[in-house]
Design a protein around this ligand. Sequence first.
Ligand code: VGL
Length: 194
Amino acid sequence: MVAALFIIDVQNDFTEGGALGVAGGAAVAANITNFLWANADHYCVIIASRDWHDAHNDNGGHFATDAEPNFVDTWPVHCVADTYGAEYHAALNTQQIGTHVLKGQGVPAYSIFDGITDDGEAVPALLDRLEIERIDIAGLATDYCVLASAMDAVATGRTVTVLTDLIAGVAPESSAAALETMTKAGITLVPGDE
Ligand code: VGL
């Protein structure tokens, strides 16, 4: 099957020390790099997304401005375009990433399907053009952007696998719920080294 790999939001702000740091995020960056050394050849395309929010507005209510963030649908300011927090984590080797996707300019955008490639192509159009049949997914965060991307991917009718040793979540409960939601949707959950 013609396969694509999604690397979701492995950015400084989603790793330890970042504005919305996820425990285990930096390890995910390093582990994806190791995975790529062994497995990059198996993919027709490797597509990485970045959350890429506006600096001067609340991005459609995504940034908590008047109240404390609830960490469900309002968040601390994070991944502002062209800042350190929005850069890929240094442990992620970006050499084999063929396509870079930005999402969330002025709006909440959890799914990579809401993003646009640096050539200006929408992600669904890219997947159709390359005749992608299978999508493997790694990255951050399990309970938000990985979940949303995986659910959108399986909704296209493709075979979807989430690589369980290459993801980390915001909170344990919502991450467990996300894994259950994905399983029920027919998404396969396996470690990348299997
Ligand atoms: C994400 C919370 C807010 C994510 C993005 O990448 O999972 N989570 N924005």
